[in-house]
Write a protein that binds this ligand. Structure first.
Ligand code: 13P
Ligand code: SF4
Length: 309
């Protein structure tokens, strides 16, 4: 196989030859973020997958993100370099159980976080991401009963800042949900000059400690614009690559998920490698297929979201 430099060159050659575009989430490995045409959070990537002239989208992220790209651009070939790159949060909301839950709450509207399967999307009235969840919830009248799925931590946070009482599906992201307030309090004590920032997929007792709570892209913006020089960060490790690039003079401390490392990696996001990208581009395999009916049904709530934000 090629060395990393050569591999990067081969990927770029193939990409140009085939009119392909590489979209990558901020949780991807640094070397993948560096070769991507665009790096973004879930909302930005959904918009980018709709607005481009490529024939092929190589999606460097997880399965629900590549599905979203296919739903929004069904005429394009969407390839996910490892089809096993799933998401614990999306898996926590199986279609049959979710349908029963919705059927038991007939007078509720359903807001689903984009981190869910195409089938869950198809059962929803509207989709949101962590960037626009507050705006989407507030687009409904106060007296409208709402279900929020699948992330109960994000749902509880939005309930608290909008003063609503949406019914929450009992799902979590395995990467954010295990970050512990006790560990963070110790880090804050040891680094009194640092700002503590957190993603809203973290538990409520973690969010209460935060100087700032926001989506991936708003956390990056916060570290860029803040006058602070040090940040304690409760989210996935990959985000630090962009933060360091934008603010090389600042220090970033990732809240570790356990005693064994200084990292907090999403095991699924980290399944994507340069070698898998190369092979996927070369053989055009690992394609996302969805049936036409599912695409039609799942695209309605996604397009409602894009109309609002
Ligand atoms: P955002 O990119 O919307 O912040 O979501 C974070 C996440 O968990 C993606 O899997
Ligand atoms: Fe899913 Fe969490 Fe990984 Fe995002 S970080 S892909 S929500 S498991």
């Amino acid at each position: 196989m090629f060395k990393e430099n050569q591999l990067t060159k081969e990927i770029i050659n193939l990409k140009n030859k085939k009119n392909a575009i590489i979209l990558a989430h901020y949780y991807q490995l640094p070397e993948i973020q560096d070769i991507a045409d665009y790096v973004g959070d879930s909302l930005q990537l959904a918009k980018l997958s709709l607005n481009n002239n490529a024939n092929i989208i190589i999606f460097c992220g997880v399965h629900f993100m590549a599905e979203t790209a296919k739903i929004l651009s069904p005429e394009k070939k969407v390839l996910l370099p490892d089809l096993e790159a799933g998401c614990s949060l999306a898996d926590s909301c199986p279609q049959d159980k979710f349908k029963k839950f919705i059927d038991a709450h007939k007078d509720y509207k359903v807001i689903s976080y984009i981190n869910c399967t195409a089938e869950t999307k198809a059962l929803s009235d509207i989709i949101c991401t962590s960037s626009n969840a507050k705006e989407i919830v507030e687009s409904f009248p106060r007296d409208q009963k709402l279900i929020f799925a699948p992330d109960k931590n994000l749902g509880a946070y939005i309930n608290s800042i909008t003063n609503r009482s949406m019914k929450l599906w009992d799902g979590v992201c395995e990467v954010h949900d295990i970050l512990r307030a006790e560990r963070i309090m110790k880090l804050i004590e040891d680094n009194p000059d640092a700002k503590f920032i957190a993603h809203p997929e973290c538990q409520d007792n973690v969010l209460k400690l935060a100087d700032f709570v926001g989506s991936t892209s708003s956390m990056i913006k916060y570290t860029r614009e803040s006058s602070a020089k040090k940040f304690i960060i409760a989210t996935e490790t990959g985000i630090v690559h962009k933060m360091k690039h934008e603010s090389p003079e600042k220090e970033f401390i990732i809240v570790p998920s356990d005693e064994t490392c200084n990292c907090n990696d999403c095991p699924d996001m980290k399944k994507i490698t340069l070698e898998k990208i190369y092979n996927t581009l070369k053989y055009e395999n690992n394609e996302i297929y969805l049936n036409r009916n599912l695409i039609n049904e799942a695209s309605k709530p996604l397009k409602r979201m894009l109309k609002i934000s």
